[in-house]
Design a protein around this ligand. Sequence first.
Ligand code: 13P
Length: 324
Amino acid sequence: MTRALPTAASLYERVQRVIPSIEWPAFTGDIDAILALKRERNAVILAHNCQTPEIFHCVADIVGDSLALARKATAVDADIIVLAGVHFMAETAKLLNPGKTVLIPDLGAGCSLADSITASDVPLMRQRYPGAPIVTYVNTSAAVKAESDICCTSGNALAVVESLGAPRVIMLPDEYLARNIAAQTKVEIIAWKGHCEVHERFSPADIRELREAHPGVTVLAHPECPPEVVAEADFAGSTAAMSDYVGRHKPARVVLITECSMSDNVAVEHPDVDFVRPCNLCPHMKRITLAKIRAALEENRHMVTIDPGVADRARRALERMLAV
Ligand code: 13P
């Protein structure tokens, strides 16, 4: 027996704290269409924590940080995966599901970190620091991953670095993640100069002003923020780790130093927590909309393809990470 589909109308209760009722009618047609298309086409939607709440809470089947999306992608048994996130996340899902159709609703959903390094830069680092293993952040192209020894995400970077048993490790391309990890380990870390355009904009002065304006506020920061910002925070962790922190500690008032939609998505789950909401918008994440997800499912676009020579080596780096 097939279960009745939820309808947009029945989902509104879930998101009413973060989506004003005046905006909701603009979403309902696409939500109903997407719910029907997913069933028709045997498709699942994987959504990153930074997707807007009408995507994250109303049409996604699997949600999480980059690590959870990669892990959960390995267990998908649908024919089609739509990745509501940025391009490297869709490539990761394709690498881990080479036989499935993986769609990204907007090819322009990139990442400043992924753009900060090319595949030809990686062997140059290997030559410059002979013997040092190369740990590559998942926020990179498949071609860069293919030149690396192992991948990491912000959720497992410390564990990955320490799993290698090497005195010196190259971490590419996020300088701030590398420096934030270096502060937690005896392993010498060689960094690159890439930055996340969302997280690099936060400053220590922002945090101090927030604390002054909202006495007692708990400050959670993403490790892509500069180390000086992380030093002012109460906790630093991946988008999933920040969300878990709110669930575990139930702070009366909290601020998430990260992308804007995170607070909306976490606030839906925790109506008793007061969220202070200064944030920086990720223009790439925001390219993904309900209308584009619907078009992706209707027109099978945009299919993610990866050169097989690159894919095998990139997959090895990802699988090595998942085994840590
Ligand atoms: P997470 O792995 O913490 O979800 O971060 C991904 C990302 O790209 C944030 O900028």
